[in-house]
Design a protein around this ligand. Structure first.
Ligand code: TYM
Length: 342
């Protein structure tokens, strides 16, 4: 049976890249799949987080999920640290994955920077916790942005190695010839990699020091308009074919954003706006961005005024998640050969 899982870290500002590459697609998947959406607070602390700020941001990501249209009565919305099975399974996966696999992760290299000796052990183990997030529900599909592709490949490697190493025990316990599914990444749509508004060669990111590089989900209409007006572009008008965007990363990015916001393809956008100057195109982009994002920002603000409600949603979601995760973890303990109470 198909099951969708995805997660978002409660660190820094949620931005348009998180929305178009992930959260907006989480909303769509609800129509066709059972979905589990997680605020990955344990991943957040792989780099230092101020406790009060972390606490607020866990609620803010939850508010963004709900404001965007995720329905916690039909699907599961929760935070990772309330379901201890994630950490338990991550330990088993730490023992399955090889040092070499983790060493190859580009996100680790980027985040650890030059001073690798001083990175947390948790940052190194991050991908195994991510594999556990997904596989503790034996999820089959994971909608993410392009930057998570390598982590999802590692998730498949972990699943495959577990299935191989424990093949005999898996069969003996009645799980056939594979216990974990080989999860499919869903990296789709025009905005799998939204770029910085200041530099078309850099990803839009929560940690960019320039707030003008990104549109935050909490930005008001004036701020959105200003950021789009100031976005870097080249002097040429828009081309009328997508091929014409190839060597123009900033133009390509704005067209991709427009397409994703309006549920269209870049070719459709260029059919309507090819030949336009950026001043005119940016004005249209402001209109669609504000129309789409302002209601979400407003709803997030309303939800954040009632943290008790958000905590209830997370508590109830966690209780539902725990039931599923416990089933997997019991089976894993049996397969590995641990003794547990019956
Ligand atoms: P995180 O919190 O950095 O980002 C959340 C989601 O947003 C996507 N994203 C983008 N998409 C398009 N353009 C961008 N500029 C952009 N920036 C971010 C990310 O790809 C992601 O889908 N490791 C994950 C969190 C995680 C997770 C998981 C995801 C933990 N466990 C299990 C899926 C399944 C992360 O750091 O995402």
């Amino acid at each position: 049976k198909e099951l969708v899982f995805s997660g978002v870290q409660p660190t820094g500002n949620l931005h348009l890249g998180n929305y178009l590459g992930a959260i907006k697609r989480f909303v769509t998947m609800q129509e066709t799949h059972d979905c589990i959406y997680c605020v990955v607070d344990m991943h957040a602390i792989t780099v230092w987080q101020d406790p009060k700020e972390l606490n607020r941001q866990i609620r803010e990501v939850t508010a963004a999920f709900l404001a965007a249209g995720i329905d916690p009565s039909k699907h599961i919305v929760f935070n990772q640290s309330q379901v201890s099975q994630h950490a338990e399974l991550a330990w088993v996966f730490n023992c399955i994955a090889r040092m070499g696999w983790a060493n190859r992760m580009t996100q680790f290299k980027e985040k650890a920077g030059k001073d690798r000796e001083n990175a947390s052990v948790g940052l190194f183990a991050y991908p195994m916790l991510m594999a556990a997030d997904i596989l503790v529900y034996r999820a089959t599909h994971v909608p993410v942005g392009e930057d998570q592709k390598q982590h999802l490949e590692l998730t498949r490697d972990v699943a495959q190695k577990f299935n191989n190493d424990y093949a005999e025990s898996i069969a003996e316990h009645g799980f056939g010839d594979a216990f974990f599914p080989l999860t499919e990444p869903l990296i789709a749509g025009p905005a799998t990699r939204v770029m910085s508004l200041r530099d078309g060669s850099k990803k839009m990111s929560k940690s960019d020091p320039s707030d003008y590089s990104r549109i935050n989900l909490t930005d008001d209409a004036d701020t959105i308009a200003q950021k789009i007006r100031k976005a870097k572009t080249d002097p040429e008008p828009l081309p009328s074919e997508v091929e014409g965007l190839k060597t123009r990363p900033e133009a390509e990015n704005l067209v991709a954003i427009y397409a994703a916001l309006t549920d269209a393809q870049p070719a459709d956008v260029l059919r309507d706006h090819g030949g336009a100057q950026f001043s005119g195109f940016k004005a249209s982009l402001v209109d669609v961005a504000v129309a789409k994002l302002s209601p979400i920002a407003g709803e997030m603000r309303r939800l954040m005024a009632d943290p008790g409600h958000i905590d209830t949603v997370l508590g109830e979601g966690s209780a539902k998640a725990r039931v599923l995760a416990a089933q997997t973890m019991d089976a894993v303990k049996d397969i590995v050969g641990f003794v547990r109470a019956h």
